[in-house]
Design a protein around this ligand. Structure first.
Ligand code: 0O2
Length: 215
């Protein structure tokens, strides 16, 4: 059984990984903005799982505490929020393009095409990230959750209700949450349609002004 001090020591490289990845992902967003280009990344957050949550999950998933670093992939987690569903896939491609450089993509879970029973939607990418420590390089697992603002809104509310009801949300509320997940999906789809219309209108406007200039 680990004592608190041992847990804290174990978690140091995880905190470092979260901080470094936040800087790297925010830098990608800023590069787009400096080039005056649309950024598929809206904002990034990150956290290291609380010790109590690690122990609770290890018990629930039957993971021996000695194996958690190999078997629990979300001790370090980052969330990448996007405006539109298409942006999520652009971010995923971006991660694959960088794979083998700063980090290595191990696998993914597409809860957008296959939502969870709760209604949860998000795209999870698990990476292996090398952290430079005083004792040498340590490779740790990091979970990147990529989602739209609407998916994030839903997940935050559902998560806090889950916490309040200690994961036993009453069936009527679960049903309403599933319905609100569908409403969030409709909102995302509608926003995508609107953005396409705006882009088409912009293209038509640019073509028109080019024709006027050519005359
Ligand atoms: P946190 O730190 O409180 O967010 P499991 O955790 O066993 O259900 P698994 O297979 O270990 O799932 O990993 P998975 O499916 O990738 O889920 C891990 C994380 O995804 C969760 O972390 C949540 O952040 C998010 N997630 C998954 N399902 C749901 C859901 O139904 N609702 C919400 N709001 N979030 C979900 P944790 O462990 O909850 O920790």
């Amino acid at each position: 059984m680990k004592v608190i001090r041992e847990w804290k020591t174990m978690l140091i490289p995880y905190e470092q990984a979260v901080e470094e990845l936040k800087v790297k992902l925010k830098a990608i967003r800023n590069q787009y903005r400096e080039l005056n280009e649309y950024s598929p990344i809206e904002f990034v957050t990150g956290r290291v799982k609380k010790i109590s949550s690690i122990i609770e999950k290890a018990e629930r998933r039957n993971i021996p505490l000695d194996n958690i670093e190999e078997e629990m992939e979300d001790i370090a987690g980052l969330r990448i929020m996007c405006q539109f569903i298409d942006d999520i896939y652009e971010v995923v491609n971006l991660l694959y393009d960088r794979s083998g450089k700063d980090f290595t993509v191990l696998y993914e879970k597409d809860y957008i095409k296959n939502p969870k029973e709760s209604g949860y939607k998000s795209y999870h990418v698990i990476i292996k990230y090398p952290v430079q420590t005083a004792l040498g390089t340590k490779e740790i697992l990091v979970e990147l959750q990529i989602r739209t603002l609407a998916m994030n809104f839903w997940a935050i509310i559902e998560h806090s209700l889950s916490y309040k009801y200690k994961s036993k949300i009453p069936e009527d509320i679960r049903e309403r949450l599933r319905n609100s997940a569908l409403a969030a999906t409709r909102l995302d789809e509608e926003m995508t349609e609107i953005s396409k219309e705006v882009r088409n209108a912009q293209l038509m406007f640019e073509e028109k002004s080019n024709t006027v200039r050519d005359i």
